[in-house]
Structure formats: structure tokens, C-alpha cells
Ligand binder design. Structure first.
Ligand SMILES: NC(=O)c1ccc[n+]([C@@H]2O[C@H](COP(=O)([O-])OP(=O)(O)OC[C@H]3O[C@@H](n4cnc5c(N)ncnc54)[C@H](OP(=O)(O)O)[C@@H]3O)[C@@H](O)[C@H]2O)c1
Length: 331
């Protein structure tokens, strides 16, 4: 099968190559999926670039374990491993495939517990765009943020992969939503349901009279002090970005909110989104009912994954970056 393979760290355009490799065989509890579409997200950038360096503890210090990027897939079940009873060959599914062999390939093995049925009226590309970013948005708002109906929520980075889904999910959860993005994305953020849009090139959300019950910060480009100024006295700040800093600065950025949290009335939270079948089912229901739509920045063919990831890793994707794998599939 054809797959995008990485065997050293660096810029995606230089370290990712298209190769012919063996088709994987599903183990116990796994499903072999013929991938129709995949999507990539910012976490894939960290893994391919080997930055932040701390990440290499898991992926290999000097060289990465040979791997295929991507966590998110939509496709058809090709075969099932032992112990899988909820899927059969031919079923249309979408979800998350974590592990060494990732989504940017013609076939991938995924744990059955991280896949759900794809709604019939939703395209493979639409579905593939949702799992990691949609779950990060849902978990950031609902679990970490404890969002309640009618609360005022601000989403920093509202036009990105997580942000564009978070705006819509926050609306479904009954919130009044403000999205922060640059001028070229104002209309897009409004079109996906934001009640208010702040153009960060002309307006500073940390320096206005508006106060929010919850801020989901996908960018973390402002100091804690500045962002907390935009919260109500007992508001919640959910921090959702590890990018934009390195070394000691990154470590300080990661732990500072936790050190400060016991001494302030506002809740300061970091979280790690872990795929759960029930939550994926919930996102599938939202897709099926039309209450959630993937804003797709651009769809690239499999051989253009290096260019797709260079675009994503530059940090200004408008919605999700999707890979159409199905065309040209070979056994
Ligand atoms: N907690 C978890 O488990 C979890 C899971 C998944 C992802 N994440 C994290 O979530 C973060 C966001 O991921 P993503 O996939 O949404 O990234 P993305 O698709 O690359 O989006 C980044 C967005 O940030 C916006 N942006 C850049 N500079 C900005 C600024 N100064 N002010 C406001 N917005 C700005 C960009 O909009 P413009 O082009 O308009 O500037 C772009 O739309 C990443 O750090 C990722 O690691 C966390």
C-alpha cells in the first residue's frame, strides 16, 4: 500500500516521503480500515518536527520511530481482528487511530473502541476532519471548561482546526460565543455561528470592557495576567496550546497556571483530550443533524501530505487540513 513515511525529524516538506509498504494486519480488538480520507492537526506537527524536544521522550531522542503521521480517519472496514463484534467488513466508519502507523496511508489499523459509524449523509472528508480537533473542542468546553447554557465564552484561535469546531460546539451547548481571529477569517468565524467576532489585528480582547465566564485559549499568545483580565471573577481559563515556546520558557508556561491556581478565584485548567467512543458518537450525531460542519481549509491528495503539513504547521490554517486518500488506492 502507499503511505507517507517519516524516519527523521524536521520540516514536513523535507522529512516526509511517499512509499510502498506492507499493509498492516489487525491485532486483537483492532479494525483494518481502508482509508478514504484523513486529516492532520497541530499535534502531528510536533511529532514530525520533534519539537518541543520533550516530546522525543516518547517518539525517539535522535530519530523518530519510523512512523506515518495522522490520527484521524474516515473509511470502510476492510477486516476485523479477534474480539471485535461491533463492526463488519464494508461498514463506513470514522475516528482516531493512535500509534506508530498513522492515518496518511491507504490502510490503517485502529482500535475498535476509537471508531464509530459514519453518518450516511456526511462525506468521508467531513468526517475525517472531526475526531481529534472535535474531541479537543468538546473536552475543553464541556469537561475542562464545565460550560453551562447562556454562559459567555471566548474562543481564542477561533478559525483554526480546534477553534472552528469549538465555536459550533459551544453554540450547541447553549453559550453566547465570541471568536478571536485575524481579519481574513472574520466572515468565516461569523458564518459558523459566533455571536461576536474580535479581529485581533485591530482589537485586543484582554483590554476591553467585555468579561467572559469561560475562555478556551487555543493560541496562548498572551500572558496569564492579560487573559485573566478578560474573565469574570470566578471564570474559567482553559489553556490549550503547547506551541510557540521552547525549553525552559515552555516548561514555565505549562506549569505556571497550575502553581497559581490555588491562590486565585478563577479556575485555570490544562487538559489532555483522550478519544472516547461515546463522545465520538455525540459528534457523529451533531454532524448527522447538521449542527456541526467541518470547515475545511483545503483537501490535498495523499502524495501532497508534506505540503499539507507545511501549510498546517505554519499556524494559520483556516479550519481543518484534510487528505483525500481514496483516489489511486491499490492493494
Ligand atoms: N488539549 C488537547 O488534548 C489538544 C488536542 C488537540 C489540539 N490541541 C492544541 O490546540 C491548539 C490549537 O490547535 P489547532 O489545530 O486549532 O491549530 P491550527 O489549526 O493551526 O489553528 C491555529 C489558529 O490560531 C490562530 N492564530 C494565530 N495567531 C493568532 C493570534 N495572535 N490570535 C488569535 N488567533 C491566532 C490562527 O488564525 P489566523 O490565521 O486568523 O491568525 C489559526 O486559525 C494547538 O496548540 C494544539 O496542540 C490540544
Amino acid at each position: 500500500m502507499r503511505a507517507i513515511v517519516q524516519d527523521r525529524y524536521g520540516a514536513p516538506g523535507t522529512v516526509l516521503t511517499l512509499r510502498e509498504i506492507d499493509k498492516p494486519v489487525p491485532k486483537e480488538g483492532e479494525v483494518l480500515v481502508r482509508v478514504a480520507a484523513a486529516s492532520v492537526h497541530r499535534g502531528d506537527c510536533f511529532l514530525v518536527q520533534g519539537k518541543p524536544f520533550l516530546m522525543r521522550m516518547m517518539t525517539g531522542l535522535l530519530r523518530p520511530k519510523p512512523g506515518i503521521p495522522g490520527f484521524d480517519i474516515a473509511g470502510r472496514v476492510e477486516a476485523i481482528g479477534t474480539g471485535v463484534s461491533d463492526f463488519a467488513a464494508g461498514d463506513e466508519v470514522f475516528g482516531s487511530c493512535e500509534g506508530v502507523f498513522g492515518a496518511c496511508a491507504e490502510f490503517v489499523c485502529a482500535q475498535a473502541s476509537k471508531l464509530v459509524g459514519k453518518p450516511a449523509g456526511v462525506s468521508f472528508e467531513q468526517a475525517a476532519a472531526v475526531p481529534t480537533s472535535g474531541l479537543a473542542a468538546l473536552h475543553g468546553l464541556r469537561e475542562a471548561g464545565r460550560l453551562e447554557p447562556e454562559q459567555k465564552v471566548l474562543i481564542n484561535g477561533a478559525s483554526g482546526g480546534v477553534g472552528s469546531l469549538a465555536v459550533q460546539i459551544a453554540k450547541v451547548l447553549g453559550a453566547e460565543v465570541t471568536g478571536v481571529c485575524s481579519t481574513r477569517n472574520v466572515e468565516m468565524v461569523r458564518s459558523i455561528g459566533a455571536d461576536h467576532v474580535v479581529d485581533y489585528t485591530t482589537e485586543d480582547f484582554t483590554n476591553s470592557d467585555r468579561r467572559y465566564d469561560l475562555i478556551l485559549d487555543n493560541v496562548e499568545n498572551r500572558s496569564l495576567k492579560e487573559v485573566r483580565r478578560a474573565l469574570v471573577p470566578r471564570g474559567t481559563l482553559v489553556l490549550n496550546s503547547g506551541s510557540g515556546a521552547a525549553g525552559l520558557r515552555l516548561l514555565i508556561r505549562l506549569i505556571k497556571p497550575m502553581l497559581l491556581a490555588p491562590f486565585v478565584r478563577q479556575r485555570l485548567v490544562r487538559y489532555l483530550s483522550v478519544p472516547k467512543k461515546g463522545d465520538l458518537d455525540y459528534l457523529a450525531e451533531l454532524l448527522e443533524s447538521g449542527r456541526l460542519t467541518s470547515a475545511i481549509d483545503r483537501t490535498y491528495p495523499l502524495e501532497e501530505v508534506p505540503a499539507a503539513m507545511d501549510h498546517l504547521c505554519a499556524g494559520h490554517a483556516r479550519g481543518k487540513v484534510v487528505i483525500a486518500v481514496e483516489d489511486g488506492q491499490t492493494d
